[in-house]
Design a protein around this ligand. Structure first.
Ligand code: ADP
Ligand code: 5GP
Length: 246
C-alpha cells in the first residue's frame, strides 16, 4: 500500500509540533521526517529527535550532494528534508509527515503534487505572540528580537494558505488534534480504501469540514485579525499594543 505524504505548515508558534506529537500518539503508521537544520537546539531538544543539528558548511555540502528533497532558509537558518526520510517511509509502507515552511512545501508540491497539504492557523496574532513567548519562557530564554522576527513573518506565511488543501485552526488543542487525526484517516480511506473502524461517518465529516474549500467562514475572523482580509478592504496592522492573551 502506498504511503501518503502529508505536509504541515504554519507560522512559528501556531502549535504545529504539538499537534504532530499528539497525532503520533494516537495514529500508527505515520512516520515523522526529522529535518536537518543549522539553527541551535532549543530547550530540551536533542540531536536526532526534533532535528539533526548541523553546521552551515555541512548542510551546504549535503545540498550539493543532492541529499535533500527540499531545503529553504527560514529566519536566517537553513532547514531541509532528507530524501532518505521519504525512502525509509516508502520501504516501511508508512505515511510520512513533513513539518516544513511554505517555501519548502512549494518545492515538495512541485515534485509530488499528490502530497496532502495542511495549513495550521493560530486563532489570532495575540494568541500567537503569547504562545511564542510562553514557549521561550519554558525554554528559559525570551529573545525579543527572535520573537519579533517570527511574528513579523507570520502574516507572509499565512498568505500562502491557499496552496493547502486543508486548514486547521489551532484554538482548542483537543479539537485541532481530532481534526488532524480525521484528515489522516479520511485520506487513508479515500486514497487507499483503508477502512475506518468506527465513527467513520463522523471522521469523514470532520475532515471534510477542514477542507480549505469548506473553511471560508471559519477562516474569515482569523485572516481579518492578521490583516489579510480587512472588511473595508484595507489591510489592518497585526501585532498592535494589546496585551498578550495569557
Ligand atoms: P510550532 O511547532 O508551530 O512552532 P509549538 O507546537 O512549539 O509551535 O507550540 C508553541 C507553543 O504553544 C507551545 O508552548 C505549545 O505548548 C503551545 N500550544 C500549542 N497548541 C496550543 C493550544 N491549542 N492551546 C494553547 N497552547 C498551545
Ligand atoms: P523552528 O525553528 O521553530 O523549529 O522551525 C522554524 C520553521 O522551519 C517552521 O516553519 C518549520 O516548519 C520550518 N522547518 C522545519 N524543518 C524544515 C525543513 O526540513 N524544511 C523547511 N523548508 N522548513 C522546515
Amino acid at each position: 500500500m502506498a504511503g501518503i505524504l502529508f505536509i504541515i505548515s504554519a507560522p512559528s508558534g501556531s502549535g504545529k509540533s504539538t499537534l504532530v506529537s499528539e497525532l503520533r500518539k494516537q495514529v500508527s503508521g505515520v512516520d515523522f521526517s526529522v529535518s536537518w537544520t543549522t539553527r541551535a537546539p532549543r530547550g530540551s531538544e536533542e540531536d536526532g529527535r526534533e532535528y539533526h543539528f548541523t553546521t552551515r558548511e555541512e548542510f551546504l555540502r549535503m545540498a550539493d550532494d543532492g541529499l535533500f528533497l527540499e531545503h529553504a532558509e527560514v529566519f536566517g537558518k537553513l532547514y531541509g528534508t532528507a530524501r532518505l526520510s521519504l525512502d525509509d517511509a516508502r520501504a516501511a509502507g508508512h505515511d510520512l509527515l513533513l513539518d516544513i515552511d511554505v517555501k519548502g512545501a512549494a518545492q515538495v508540491r512541485q515534485k509530488m503534487p499528490e502530497a496532502v497539504g495542511i495549513f495550521v492557523l493560530p486563532p489570532n496574532p495575540n494568541v500567537l505572540r503569547t504562545r511564542l513567548r510562553n514557549r521561550m519562557r519554558a525554554e528559559g530564554v525570551v529573545d525579543e528580537d527572535e520573537l519579533h522576527r517570527r511574528l513579523g513573518e507570520a502574516r507572509k506565511e499565512i498568505e500562502n494558505f491557499r496552496q493547502y488543501g486543508y486548514i486547521l485552526i489551532n484554538d482548542i488543542l483537543d479539537r485541532a488534534v481530532a481534526q488532524l487525526e480525521a484528515i489522516v484517516l479520511a485520506e487513508r480511506f479515500y486514497r487507499n480504501g483503508e477502512p475506518i473502524a468506527y465513527r467513520s461517518r463522523r471522521v469523514l465529516e470532520v475532515a471534510a469540514a477542514c477542507l480549505q474549500t469548506n473553511s471560508q467562514e471559519r477562516m474569515k475572523p482569523v485572516l481579518e485579525a492578521f490583516g489579510i482580509l480587512g472588511d473595508s478592504g484595507q489591510q489592518q496592522l497585526p501585532f498592535g499594543d494589546e496585551p498578550d492573551d495569557d
